[in-house]
Unconditional design. Structure first.
Length: 414
């Protein structure tokens, strides 16, 4: 049993809490409830500092000026945050309270691209699979947490997703060959030292270009390129397959709690993707898209396309095609220790679009790819009862899992 498993299955005491961040769903009805929570915490716990969304400061229903007039000492203890502050000052935030639905929890996790403070989620949204606490009980709930009572927690694996954009070579070997032909009198003449250096540089650039075109060989250790110039001299024969860093440029990365989705966007045609696991080519996917989900995300988009329900205690990765053009393409579950790469091959008829927990929409051109691994920054959520009870309760009461009218007993006349 690893450390995460041990913490998830036992009652733990949170470190002393002095700074609490409140994240509220942008709903006018919740502004007043946010004020109620802030007032209770400020009045009951004199050593606590509360951080509230900056957008609420000027809201009439929040009554900030009235609050400060009645309690001048609270001015230093009631602060306001912006999205840019959260990740920067994550170490100074000891607890996050969300007021909304599952989307608010996902949004909160996305604000912290590194360490995520423990999250206590109040159900004030539409679905509520990740929001275990009712707001009616916010006083005893917050009191138990802030007084250091033992709590059960969920340590939810996140995915680290890096976007790699294909880098076009600046020069092709064909252009250098033409230059050689013009500057030499015959095919046996020696090229100048400068030209030889250009040839070597162009050779590497040509390899990068060829790797993009080798959709069927991307998993091989070597590639037979067979590039010849016009006089028949074989310049490149069999070369090692370049590492991804040699022809791809990482442009951005995100931490994902639910799933990363690659889809065809507004394109009418079917999407073609190449899937690699631990550097090995697994399959070519012809579908409307592909979902790579965590155990937490198994009850979200993955579930709607036939993916399995996975207990959040399992650090697993779900691979689920969207409307695959193959009867044998079924969702699979692999260990969370695996490294995945999803590529848009140069032979694809269309580009693709990727989203990360429904945000940060990015277009994937031909040759682009996404590297997906388990993040070293999991998201910690506080359980209402315990990990399994909360999860199975959510399945039956929120998703109505396996719910149907029971058969009458044999011989019943009712």
């Amino acid at each position: 049993m690893n450390t995460f498993d041990h913490l998830s299955r036992n009652v733990v005491k949170l470190p002393p809490i002095s700074n609490i961040l409140i994240v509220t769903k942008p709903d006018p009805k919740l502004c007043r409830l946010t004020r109620d929570l802030a007032v209770y915490l400020l009045a009951t716990f004199p050593n606590i500092t509360i951080f509230v969304d900056k957008n609420l400061q000027e809201r009439t229903s929040f009554k900030y000026n009235e609050m400060m007039a009645e309690n001048p000492s609270w001015e230093d203890r009631l602060q306001f945050w912006t999205t840019l502050d959260c990740d920067k000052y994550a170490k100074q935030i000891h607890l996050v309270v969300t007021m909304g639905g599952d989307g608010t929890v996902l949004y909160t996790a996305s604000m912290f691209q590194h360490r995520v403070p423990p999250i206590v989620a109040f159900h004030l949204g539409s679905l509520g699979f990740l929001t275990n606490f009712t707001f009616e009980s916010f006083k005893p709930t917050m009191t138990n947490i802030l007084k250091g009572e033992g709590m059960n927690i969920n340590i939810r694996m996140r995915l680290h997703c890096s976007l790699y954009k294909y880098r076009e070579p600046a020069i092709t070997i064909g252009a250098i060959i033409q230059k050689i032909a013009k500057e030499t009198d015959s095919e046996d003449d020696e090229a100048s030292e400068a030209l030889q250096e250009q040839i070597e540089s162009a050779r590497r650039a040509e390899i990068n270009r060829k790797v993009k075109e080798m959709d069927s060989k991307m998993g091989s250790e070597v590639a037979d390129l067979g590039v010849c110039h016009e006089h028949g001299r074989n310049l490149i024969t069999r070369v090692p397959r370049p590492r991804i860093e040699e022809f791809m440029t990482p442009t951005d990365s995100w931490q994902v709690l639910n799933e990363v989705t690659v889809d065809r966007g507004s394109n009418a045609g079917m999407l073609q993707l190449e899937l690699f696991v631990d550097g090995n080519h697994v399959t070519t996917i012809l579908a409307d898209g592909l979902v790579i989900a965590t155990a937490t995300g198994s009850t979200a988009y993955s579930l709607s396309i036939g993916g399995s329900l996975v207990h959040p205690d399992k650090n697993s990765i779900i691979i689920a095609p969207v409307a695959s053009h193959s009867l044998t393409a079924r969702p699979m579950i692999i260990p969370g220790t695996k490294h995945l790469r999803v590529c848009v091959p140069s032979a694809s008829r269309t580009t693709a679009w990727a989203s990360f927990d429904g945000r940060y929409r990015q277009e994937l051109s031909r040759g682009d790819s996404i590297m997906i691994t388990a993040s070293k920054y999991p998201a910690v959520t506080i359980c209402r009862r315990d990990q399994s009870t909360d999860w199975f309760t959510g399945l039956t009461q929120v998703l109505n899992w396996n719910s149907r009218v029971l058969q009458k007993p044999m011989g019943s006349h009712l």
